[in-house]
Write a protein that binds this ligand. Sequence first.
Ligand SMILES: [Cu+2]
Length: 308
Amino acid sequence: MGARSSATRPRAVGRAAGLVLGGATLLTLLSGCSIEDWGSAFGNFGWPSRGISLQAHQMYDLWIASTIAALTVGIGVWGLIFWCVIRYRKRGEELPVQTRFNMPMEILYTVTPILIVAVLFFYTAVVQTNVDKLSKNPDQVVEIVAFKWNWQFNYRDGMGEKANTVASTVGSSDVIPILVLPVGEKIRFEETSKDVIHSFWVPEMLFKRDVFPGSVRNVFEVTLDKEGRYVGRCAELCGTYHAFMNFELVTVSSEEFDRFLAAKKAGQSTQEALVAIGEAPFATKTSPFNTRRQQHSWNQPETVAAGK
Ligand SMILES: [Cu+2]
């Protein structure tokens, strides 16, 4: 009995592992599902959407594929655990056959994880390189200026600090700043802060990057491919009103963007220029927050005046 089990056991384990992996691969191939189908079937595995830029789509695909790979391995491992628990449960006082140094098994569980990590690493490196790629001739350059606690967006006539601002939008406590950008064009973002570290984040871009004060000018490039309105946020705890540092990204066609920029250059306000291209003048995805600074302050004017 013992001799028979020890001979068949490794083969049975190998067969089960092969079945799990083969089954998962076959299921994916036969169902003909794209990564996007899998993602939307499972609520994007925690991401807000497939994203609104070419770079976002690549990150999304990597995320969904990695999660499916992790779940496939997970299901295989859980299956083997439960199978062992049931198949080899204690049946008597006799000590079962002790198997060790099973070379095929040792090689299998050394080589398989190395292969999985190598594949994940390869695709991560490819996607990261693409997301960080900067082109020599971007179609638009926009300077992101962060300050406590709002944003300024400067449309530039070239790259780098020495370029000139041709149009600008700045937010206030009453008006959410709106960043209008075209789809289908390479947009270069150049970030700078007036005070502390902030972080430029549009959740739908599936991307954020820190905004530093001083001489560090973080740069990244994005090609947007979906028109719409998206809320943007500061993603770095930068002080008391950090949570109120919202802006709105409005993506429009190239032709509308050109008209918007022309209107801005002609001296119109951002709100007037938005109306000129048929867009709502104020933010629709977020609204200014009532900070109630005075009301919430223990340092009320009358207290200060009374010298208390
Ligand atoms: Cu901030």
